[in-house]
Write a protein that binds this ligand. Structure first.
Ligand code: NAD
Ligand code: LMR
Length: 330
């Protein structure tokens, strides 16, 4: 067993996603069964008493890999020396709140957290933003952390990726493990584009197995893109265990590597690949090795895919424009 624990910050730790996420991290699902962890949990002050209860439960789990747990409401203190930051806490949309109000409330949170990470996180810091609007929150955080490479800030589209795999497996009556090379492009929003044109079942192309444009446009894409809303309608609150699981998948694969012959979807700062405007945090197919991710190069995009990607990227550009006007891009 490695003796040096990894310091992992989780924000919004008393929330629904936190309640699944923390126990998975403590049990070794994130960094493997030989790596101890120190948890640093950030909450807003009114939620600290509830967080203390969650910490009691974490201790009661007697997890052999859990070295320590610290909690607080000051990001500068909580993020000091952290190697990984899972930014889950965010301001939800309240009654009467417009999109601009939501961007404004979250802009304040993620610019302060970006600055705090810049001031005190470890050199090998890796960040995944789950809190919505996740892509633009990641953009705000990275632009307020000028001393940290922008590539270390990513946002979660792995849940959309997993949802797409599940829908495809149901259509093909096969287990998810037989499927590979699924891609989510763009924003974690209803404009996202789940792309099956490079996907395969074993060595077989999915487009050869399913030649059904009506299913693709009228069933598959809307089901994946609107799954979050369907879960809210059914549960009365948003996806939590699946979001926690996808957050683990995202960071684990980034740090420990993606499987051979496959890739995952990650929202990362665009380097201009596939004509996506440089700098925005957009979802791409990515592989990872030795702790570094890489956008999968040279995929062929048909006109249908091109139009869908461009539409989601336009939404991200609008979000960037809105937060620029609000003064959040440092
Ligand atoms: P929740 O409301 O149960 O918990 C959020 C927690 O964040 C609360 O405890 C709140 O006190 C805390 N918080 C708010 N502001 C904070 C701040 N400045 N610092 C630290 N903590 C703060 O919500 P949840 O269900 O856990 O979801 C969290 C976020 O994840 C939401 O924005 C949700 O929309 C988003 N989400 C994203 C995905 C995705 O795939 N990207 C999926 C599901 C949910
Ligand atoms: C999800 O995809 O489940 C969430 O992003 C939905 C939401 O609005 O919290």
């Amino acid at each position: 067993m490695s003796s040096t624990p990894i310091k992992v910050a989780v924000t919004g730790a008393a929330g629904q996603i936190g309640y699944s996420l923390l126990f998975r991290i403590a049990s070794g699902d994130l960094f493997g069964p030989h790596t101890p962890v120190e948890l640093r949990l950030l909450e807003i002050a009114p939620a600290l008493p509830a967080l203390e209860g969650v910490v009691m439960e974490l201790l009661d789990g007697a997890f052999p890999l859990l070295d320590s747990v610290q909690i607080g409401d000051n990001p500068e203190k909580v993020f000091d020396g952290v190697n990984a930051a899972l930014l889950v806490g965010a301001r939800p949309r309240g009654p009467g709140m417009e999109r601009r109000d939501l961007l404004e409330a979250n802009g304040a949170i993620f610019s302060a957290q970006g600055k705090a990470l810049n001031n005190g996180a470890a050199e090998d810091l890796r960040v995944v933003v789950t809190g919505n609007p996740a892509n633009t929150n990641a953009l705000i955080a990275l632009s307020n952390a000028p001393d940290i490479p922008a590539s270390r800030f990513t946002a979660l589209t792995r849940l959309d990726h997993n949802r797409a795999l599940a829908q495809l497996a149901a259509k093909l009556h096969c287990p998810v493990r037989e499927l590979n090379r699924m891609t989510i492009w763009g924003n974690h929003s209803a404009s996202q584009y789940p792309d099956i044109f490079s996907a395969r079942r074993g060595e077989q192309s999915i487009s050869d197995l399913i030649d059904d444009q009506h299913w693709l446009e009228q069933e598959f894409i809307p089901t994946v893109a609107n799954r979050g809303a369907a879960i809210i309608a059914a549960r009365g609150s948003s996806s939590a265990a699946s979001a926690a699981s996808a957050t683990i998948d995202h960071l684990r694969d980034w740090v420990l590597g993606t499987p051979n012959q496959d890739w995952v979807s990650m929202a990362v700062p665009s380097d201009g690949s596939y004509g996506v405007a440089e700098g925005i945090v957009s979802s791409f197919p990515c592989t990872a090795q030795d702790g570094e991710y890489r956008i999968v190069p040279d995929l062929e995009l048909n006109d249908f895919s091109r139009a869908r990607i461009d539409a989601s990227v336009s939404e991200l550009l609008e979000e960037r424009e809105a937060v620029t006007q609000l003064g959040f891009l440092g």
